[in-house]
Ligand binder design. Structure first.
Ligand code: HEC
Length: 195
């Protein structure tokens, strides 16, 4: 009897986990006027799926207002961004985004040209694309923002094609040195400008 109850409780708890993690409607994202669409189908993205954590950080709020990722080239955030990319993306896209099972992310060729914008690449990461590029809506939104900043940091193509950089950022941006990849260390608090 006892073990039957335990089993039943376990079944309920286990059964609840996926529902908790990915139930639509539970975790509304910050207010936005932007129209987020699936990269392949063009259908609206349901931004309410995914974990509650990291949904209303200053970076996410700003991104949902402007469509611009405020972590781009914020030096103190890059170490965390690199770690997240290595955990979630490098297995398919390569350690430095050079391409493996998935295409290279560090050059100026994009299967989907909208990935040159932060909003576009967010839509691809969050909603997925074809074949093995599944949706990454299970990641906290703040982590997606960080990962995008690392993908941008890995860029080795002509700087004039880096549409995601401001003119000011283009002046100082340096190609990522894939021959000598570095593991960055935190040197200060990760904060976006103006935070
Ligand atoms: C299981 C393998 C796999 C993982 C993990 C993966 N991707 Fe992909 N990714 C792919 C494949 C395959 C494609 C090509 C899909 C297509 O063309 O529709 C792709 C396409 C892309 C594209 C579009 C590139 C272009 O040229 O337009 C981007 C951007 C991207 N992935 C980013 C990421 C990021 C960031 C992560 C980590 C959060 C990630 N991917 C994780 C396999 C993967």
């Amino acid at each position: 009897m006892k073990s039957y109850i335990k089993g039943a409780v376990l079944a309920v708890v286990v059964g609840m986990v996926p529902a908790l993690a990915l139930k639509a409607g539970d975790n509304p994202p910050p207010q936005t006027d932007l129209d987020f669409r699936n990269t392949v189908t063009g259908d609206p993205l349901d931004l309410t799926v995914g974990p509650k954590e990291g949904r209303d950080t200053p970076a996410v709020k700003e991104f949902f207002k402007t469509g611009v990722d405020p972590y781009i080239e914020v030096k103190n955030c890059l170490p965390k961004a690199q770690t997240l990319f290595l955990e979630a993306c490098s297995g398919c896209h390569g350690e430095v985004g050079e391409g493996k099972i998935g295409p290279g992310l560090n050059d100026n060729y994009w299967t989907y040209p909208k990935n040159k914008t932060d909003k576009g690449i967010f839509e691809t990461i969050y909603g997925g694309a074809r074949s093995q590029m599944g949706p990454h809506s299970d990641l906290p939104l703040d982590e997606i923002m960080l990962i995008i900043s690392w993908v941008r940091h890995l860029y080795t193509g002509p700087v004039e094609d880096a549409d995601w950089l401001t003119d000011e950022q283009k002046k100082t941006f340096k190609d990522y040195d894939a021959e000598h990849p570095v593991t960055l260390k935190e040197s200060g608090e990760c904060k976006i400008p103006g935070q």
